[in-house]
Design a protein around this ligand. Structure first.
Ligand SMILES: Cc1ncc(C[n+]2csc(CCOP(=O)(O)OP(=O)(O)O)c2C)c(N)n1
Length: 335
């Protein structure tokens, strides 16, 4: 299996400046840092749940980079921490959500962790049932089209979600109505313990787009710059009225499905260890080092900055007040 070191990204003229590459890298480092801490916080009994997007940071940062924050809508699923950070959610807000505090801007501490939403940032909450966000995103995109607003909606989901009826209904309707939506499938090869080859007999998820009348494209989800390029084409296409695109990014799932899962029950140690070698952060780091944009000291400083930012946010959120019990029915029923 190739490692991050021998599948180096090649420098390319994609119009991004070195400073922008470093910002992309920092979001990847920050997402990994928050994710690792969230897992530990759960193991220490301080937060009730976590799901990790480790291995998916390049796909998330590259794709979210193609959006216009403040204009576009992002409908994430539970592994898209890096994407919501790019759109502007702060580490403190992420921690308020994880600790289910009253000031959690996502839901006032009511929704499960990793169900991010923000009206201000255009982030629309996922529902816990897999794939329900797909038709919802198509509805949002249809509303933008009817109102002649410039927003593009991007909805994220996994390869398992692509087996649900909601996937087919959503994509079919999007094609018929020609709405400004980008379907972003993070194909990490697993739906909990079900491997991709048991999910579909087809070669890819992306090839299904043809039957709905719009393009489908497969991209190396470990290559942040390639993902950004492909997503930018899809977003520009949607914004100019040319309709939907389905993107399938091949990624890896470096952690178990969730804190409740033990992936060593269905994956071999050798497979898991060799996958760690493909780490998208390492891949981008090697590219930045060879491009002269980053050096070892700068890299260390970025990890330290992410660590300090995350620790500060944990202390802030843990000390923040819990929702008042009498507020438990708020936001459920119209007053
Ligand atoms: C309708 C429905 N069925 C089952 C579940 C339990 N479940 C939660 S996540 C998940 C796997 C999703 O896999 P995939 O879409 O590939 O995303 P990944 O977790 O691999 O990123 C399952 C089966 C659920 N939440 N909703």
């Amino acid at each position: 299996m190739p490692t991050a070191k021998d599948t180096q990204l090649s420098p390319r003229a994609d119009g991004l400046q070195a400073e922008e590459w470093l910002r992309m890298y920092y979001f990847m480092v920050l997402a990994r840092t928050i994710s690792r801490k969230a897992w530990l916080l759960n193991r220490q009994g301080r937060v009730m749940f976590s799901m990790a997007g480790d291995g998916q940071e390049a796909a998330d940062v590259g794709s979210a980079w193609a959006l216009q924050p403040g204009t576009d809508l992002l409908v994430p699923y539970a592994r898209d921490l890096a994407a919501v950070l790019v759109l502007g959610m702060t580490t403190q807000e992420i921690m308020l959500n994880l600790f289910a505090r009253a000031d959690d801007p996502n839901s006032g501490g009511r929704q499960m962790p990793m169900h991010w939403s923000s009206k201000k940032l255009g982030i629309v909450s996922m529902g816990s049932p897999v794939a329900v966000t797909i038709p919802k995103a198509v509805g949002l995109a249809l509303a933008s089209k009817i109102r002649r607003e410039p927003a593009v909606t991007m909805v994220y989901f996994g390869d398992g979600a692509a087996s649900e009826g909601d996937f087919h209904e959503g994509l079919n309707f999007a094609g018929v109505m020609d709405v400004p939506v980008v379907f972003f499938c993070n194909n990490n090869g697993w739906a909990t313990s079900v491997p991709f080859e048991k999910q579909t007999a087809g070669e890819s998820i992306a090839m299904r787009a043809e039957s709905y009348g719009f393009p489908g494209v497969v991209v190396d989800g470990m290559d942040v710059l390639a993902v950004r390029e492909v997503t930018k084409v899809a977003v520009d296409r949607a914004r100019s009225g040319e309709g939907p695109t389905l993107i399938e990014a091949h990624t890896i799932r470096m952690m178990p499905h969730s804190i409740s899962d033990d992936h060593t029950r269905y994956r071999t140690r050798e497979e898991l260890e060799s996958e760690q070698e493909l780490d998208p952060l390492e891949k981008f780091k090697v590219f930045l080092l060879t491009s002269g944009v980053l050096d070892a000291d700068k890299d260390k400083a970025l990890w330290e900055k992410a660590e300090a930012e995350t620790e500060d946010a944990i202390a802030f959120a843990e000390a923040a007040p819990e929702p008042a019990p009498e507020s438990s029915l708020e936001r459920l029923f119209a007053p």
